[in-house]
Ligand binder design. Structure first.
Ligand code: G1P
Length: 277
C-alpha cells in the first residue's frame, strides 16, 4: 500500500525569474491554484494522505499555504467570499504535511534522498509539480499505484516525446510486457541524452513509485549528468535486477517548468473553466 508521497520542491525556478525570486516556483498558480496544490490533490485522489515535501531556502510560503490562516478565515467566515477557501481547507483537513530542507542543490536524486527521514522503509510516490497532468478518470499517480499493486517494484511514468526533445528528459530502454500496450520492462535508462544517443523517445515524466531500496542506491551514487545526483541513474541499478516497470500514462501533460508549457496549461484550464475571451 502506498501511503506517502514525496514532492521535491527545492529548485530555484530560474526560468521564471523574477517571479520566483521570493515566491517558490511550486507556488506559481495555474489560474488561482498553485502548482503544488494541484500535485497534492493528485496524491489525495490516489488515496494518499501523507505529504512529504522537500523544500529549501526561501520556500516558507509552501508551509504557510498548507496551514490554516486564522486571520483570513475569520475575515471571510459568513461572507460571500468564504467559498474561495473551500479547496485548500479540504486539503488541510484531509492530508498531513511533513517537511525537510535540502540545504544544497545537488540534483533530483539528492532531493529524493533528502526526503528519506520523512518516508522511511516503505514504497512511496513522487510527484514533480512542474509536470502538470490533467486526466479524465484516475490521476497519473493513481494509475501508477494500480501498476505497482500488480508488480510490486518501482514504476515510472513515461510519454513519447519528439526526438529533438529527448535531451530534456530521462529516457528508457525497455521491452513491452507480454500482451500489454502500455507497460514496459525497463532494462536501462539514460538521463538527458542527445538525439543520437537516445535509445528511444520514451521519456520519464515527473511521476514515480519508488521502492525504498532506492535510498541505499542513492547514497552510493556518483554525480551524473550535469554533475548532479540523478534519480535516473539510481533507477538503472533497480532496472538491472528487473525491478523497474515503465507505464505510458493516460493524461494530458504540460511542462510547467517552461514558460511555453505554463502558458499552454493556463490557456487550457482557462478555456475549460470558461475564462477565455
Ligand atoms: C527530471 C528528471 C528527468 C525527467 C524529468 C521529468 O528532470 O531528471 O529524468 O525526465 O524530471 O520532468 P528536470 O526536468 O528536473 O531537469
Amino acid at each position: 500500500m502506498i501511503r506517502k508521497c514525496l514532492f521535491p520542491a527545492a529548485g530555484y525556478g530560474t526560468r521564471f525569474l523574477p517571479a520566483t525570486k521570493a515566491v517558490p516556483k511550486e507556488m506559481l498558480p495555474i489560474l488561482t491554484k498553485p502548482l503544488l496544490q494541484y500535485a497534492v490533490e493528485e496524491a489525495m485522489s490516489a488515496g494518499i494522505s501523507n505529504m512529504a515535501i522537500v523544500t529549501g531556502r526561501g520556500k516558507r510560503a509552501i508551509e504557510d499555504h498548507f496551514d490554516n490562516s486564522i486571520e483570513l478565515e475569520s475575515q471571510l467566515r459568513g461572507s460571500k467570499n468564504e467559498h474561495y477557501l473551500t479547496e485548500i481547507k479540504n486539503v488541510i483537513e484531509h492530508a498531513s504535511f511533513t517537511y525537510v530542507r535540502q540545504s544544497q542543490m545537488l540534483g533530483l536524486g539528492h532531493a529524493i534522498l533528502t526526503g528519506e527521514p520523512l518516508i522511511g522503509n516503505e514504497p512511496f510516490g513522487v510527484i514533480l509539480a512542474d509536470d502538470f497532468c490533467i486526466s479524465k478518470e484516475d490521476s497519473v499517480l493513481g494509475q501508477l499505484i494500480k501498476v505497482y499493486d500488480e508488480y510490486k517494484c518501482s514504476i515510472i511514468a513515461i510519454e513519447e516525446v519528439p526526438i529533438n526533445e529527448v535531451r530534456s528528459y530521462g529516457i528508457v530502454t525497455g521491452t513491452l510486457v507480454d500482451g500489454s500496450e502500455d507497460l514496459y520492462h525497463v532494462s536501462d535508462l539514460i538521463e538527458k541524452p542527445s538525439a543520437e544517443d537516445a535509445p528511444s523517445n520514451l521519456a520519464i515524466i515527473g511521476r514515480y513509485i519508488l521502492t525504498p531500496d532506492i535510498f541505499e542506491i542513492l547514497k552510493d551514487l556518483k554525480p551524473g549528468k550535469n554533475g548532479e545526483i540523478q534519480i535516473t541513474d539510481a533507477l538503472i541499478a533497480q532496472a538491472k535486477k528487473g525491478n523497474v516497470i515503465a507505464y505510458k500514462f493516460k493524461a494530458k501533460r504540460f511542462d510547467c517548468g517552461s514558460i511555453e508549457g505554463f502558458v499552454e496549461a493556463t490557456n487550457y484550464l482557462a478555456e475549460l473553466n470558461g475564462f477565455s475571451s
